[in-house]
Design a protein around this ligand. Structure first.
Ligand SMILES: [Mg+2]
Length: 312
């Protein structure tokens, strides 16, 4: 069954909106605050490329998101071993960018169901934002299965590369907020309920960054960590009135700009819909898939992916 036009519009907004945020933020990664607005005070030319990225080129965030989405469709549901195999095939093709911890887990030679846990046990460093960044397709897919299924899938997908439960809890919160937005609700109103579903020993840190008065300047970690990344995306949504303003605000935070903007774009795209994502950004958007026979997805293919993910 095809969902109603408004739900379709929001689902495409989440998937394409995340990819656009990723591509928009990529050239500004590890840069200072306000670099984006200083360079582009008015609309036009923002998909500039740089730092090794072509204009409109999406990074590992969207590449991995596409792999998750295609696995869900081709396997008819969550098949974690299949997702892990796709990730491994991609990682082996030497993508331009890959998270350090994700690379260690995918190339370490351990089985899908123990690799991330083993890495976390040995390193104790796994609370990165690398599972948050690829959430849009799975959030769209599982929304129709309801809240419990959404939270469970988010945690399992996160655990493929991130053994730290904090990564899984943050990814679960993001999936739940996108689920609410797809149904036409306000994800900001849904924050307290999402927090209530977070593991008790993880709840306090997420409550801090998701508080209505929290500002990214208050972050106690680099925004490559799960807490400030999620908090910054929700802050960007809360303090702006459009998709465009939200992702601009996200990139202007500096730091891990592609991922913060990818997470922001997923949320803001789900809220404002694909109609709010500027065409001057979508028309140059492209997502190479290293390891998959030179495939490159553009906005029409991402749109088709989102439509299939949201349709029964
Ligand atoms: Mg990236």
């Amino acid at each position: 069954m095809t969902p109603d036009p408004a739900t379709l519009d929001r689902a495409v907004g989440a998937v394409v909106g995340s990819a656009v945020g990723d591509a928009l933020g990529a050239p500004f990664e590890f840069g200072p605050e306000d670099a984006f607005s200083d360079r582009f005070p008015a609309a036009g030319g923002e998909m500039c490329g740089g730092g090794g990225w072509d204009p409109g080129e999406a990074t590992d965030d969207t590449q991995m998101a596409v792999l998750v989405g295609e696995s869900l469709l081709e396997r008819g549901g969550l098949d974690p071993a299949d997702v892990f195999r796709r990730f491994q095939r991609w990682a082996a093709a030497e993508p331009k960018d890959i998270g350090l911890q994700t690379e260690a887990v995918l190339t370490g030679g351990h089985p899908w169901d123990t690799a991330a846990a083993r890495h976390f046990r040995d390193s104790r460093r796994a609370a990165g934002n690398g599972a948050l960044m690829r959430a849009a397709p799975s959030a769209v897919y599982f929304a129709r299965h309801g809240r419990t299924a959404t939270l469970d899938a988010a945690r399992r997908l996160s655990a493929l590369t991130h053994g730290d439960p904090a990564a899984g809890e943050g990814t679960a919160v993001l999936h739940d907020l996108i689920r609410v937005a797809l149904a036409g609700g306000d994800p900001l109103d849904a924050v307290p309920r999402a927090l209530a579903a977070v593991r008790a020993d993880q709840r306090e840190r997420f409550a801090a960054v998701l508080a209505p008065d929290w500002h990214p300047d208050e972050a106690t970690e680099f925004n490559g960590a799960v807490w400030p990344c999620l908090g910054s995306a929700v802050w960007a949504l809360r303090t702006t009135a459009s998709y465009e303003q939200a992702v601009r605000a996200a990139v202007d935070l500096g730091g891990d700009t592609d991922t913060v903007a990818a997470v922001t774009g997923a949320l803001a795209g789900a809220v404002h819909g694909i109609g709010a994502v500027p065409e001057r950004w979508t028309h140059v958007l492209h997502v190479p898939l290293p390891g998959f026979a030179g495939r490159v997805l553009r906005a029409p293919e991402l749109t088709a992916l989102a439509r299939r993910l949201v349709s029964r």
